[in-house]
Design a protein around this ligand. Structure first.
Ligand code: 5GP
Ligand code: ZN
Length: 112
């Protein structure tokens, strides 16, 4: 399978890691859109939020337990944004489930 985030998880593609445990990896986005822009991914390949089910949903809980830990470590005391894009219309460019953590400035409010 040709997945860039699986390549990062496997260590074949370099990344700037900020958090890692057995099931979750977080690393800095290669093309940051805010002073802090981190991607949090499950280590097992899941295509997107659209593929969450009763077997793998624990990964979402884990990721959302880790996000505040990362936010604190990155000094995002004034807030931040968490985004996940799904599919072509949602603007998903990498088909491995990931949550963007964006912060470090007041982000513009936009929906679509
Ligand atoms: P999406 O558009 O799928 O929601 O987000 C994919 C994100 O992955 C983009 O923000 C893009 O900059 C980031 N990205 C793509 N390839 C790489 C890579 O090889 N390394 C890192 N660190 N980020 C990547
Ligand atoms: Zn993958």
């Amino acid at each position: 399978m040709d997945c860039v985030f699986c390549g990062i998880i496997d260590g074949n593609i370099p990344s700037d890691k900020v958090y890692e445990d057995e099931e979750v990896l977080a690393f800095r986005d290669i093309n940051p859109e805010a002073p802090v822009h981190i991607l949090v991914v499950p280590k097992t390949h899941v295509n997107s939020c659209n593929c969450i089910n009763e077997v793998n949903s624990y990964l979402i809980s884990k990721i959302f337990e880790i996000i505040p830990v990362i936010a604190k470590k990155e000094g995002l005391t004034n807030g931040y944004r968490v985004i996940t894009n799904v599919g072509e219309d949602g603007g998903q460019s990498v088909e491995h489930l990931h949550f963007h953590i964006l912060g470090g400035k007041k982000l513009p409010v936009h929906f679509g």
